[in-house]
Design a binder for this molecule. Structure first.
Ligand code: IMP
Ligand code: MG
Length: 180
């Protein structure tokens, strides 16, 4: 895989597609062990998680449902940003076994603000599955139940994740090149 230029920034190959898919399949096996008899409801967070959610959901060979929500975080003039719901939840989660699918947990702010909204609706259980986690970037500690890759605090793109709108269509993950 060659280097990639997106919006004048250079990215280097990081995680190849085959490795990502291997981890996604392993996650599906874990979920089967934990949820096969529970008809879980997966809630995928748009936009970034669409590719992860699609590949994972195809691997599930038991009854499961999926729905999508879109969260947008706005940083105003205040230092505490707000996470707003751009497309809301249209499914009743009361007494359901819910698994959130998120592309990446960075500072944890998005999940920290969104989780209480779901807890309020009293699901039977609520867990988080992420493709990527940047433990060194944590500001709001979140319990992550399933994680494919723990990665360093460096910007990544590809496999659904974007840099300013571009890069989501790339099959593998790239990492921002160190500036020299
Ligand atoms: P948070 O800081 O945990 O709230 O992450 C918020 C969102 O920022 C994530 O859902 C991603 O959409 C985005 N994000 C964080 N780190 C990266 C990255 O390295 N590449 C692309 N998007 C990112
Ligand atoms: Mg996201």
């Amino acid at each position: 895989m060659a280097k990639l230029t997106v919006h004048n920034k250079t990215f280097v190959p990081y995680l190849p597609e085959a490795l990502i898919l291997e981890k996604v399949r392993a996650l599906a096996a874990q979920l089967r062990a934990d949820y096969a008899d529970k008809r879980p409801l997966f809630i995928a967070i748009l936009n970034g998680s669409f590719m992860f959610a699609s590949d994972l959901f195809k691997e599930l060979d038991f009854d499961a449902e999926i729905c999508f929500i879109k969260l947008a975080s706005y940083k105003g003039t205040k230092s505490t940003g707000q996470v707003l719901t751009a497309i809301g939840l249209d499914t009743d989660i009361t007494n359901r076994h819910v698994v959130i699918l998120e592309d990446i947990i960075d500072t944890g702010k998005t999940m920290f603000e969104f989780l209480p909204q779901l807890q309020n609706q009293q699901p039977a259980s609520l867990r988080i599955a992420v493709l990527l986690h940047k433990p060194d970037a944590t500001v709001h500690p979140i319990r992550i139940d399933y994680c494919c890759f723990s990665i360093p605090d460096k910007f990544v793109l590809g496999y659904g994740l974007d840099f300013d709108g571009l890069g989501r269509n790339i099959r593998e993950l790239y990492q921002l090149e160190d500036e020299v």
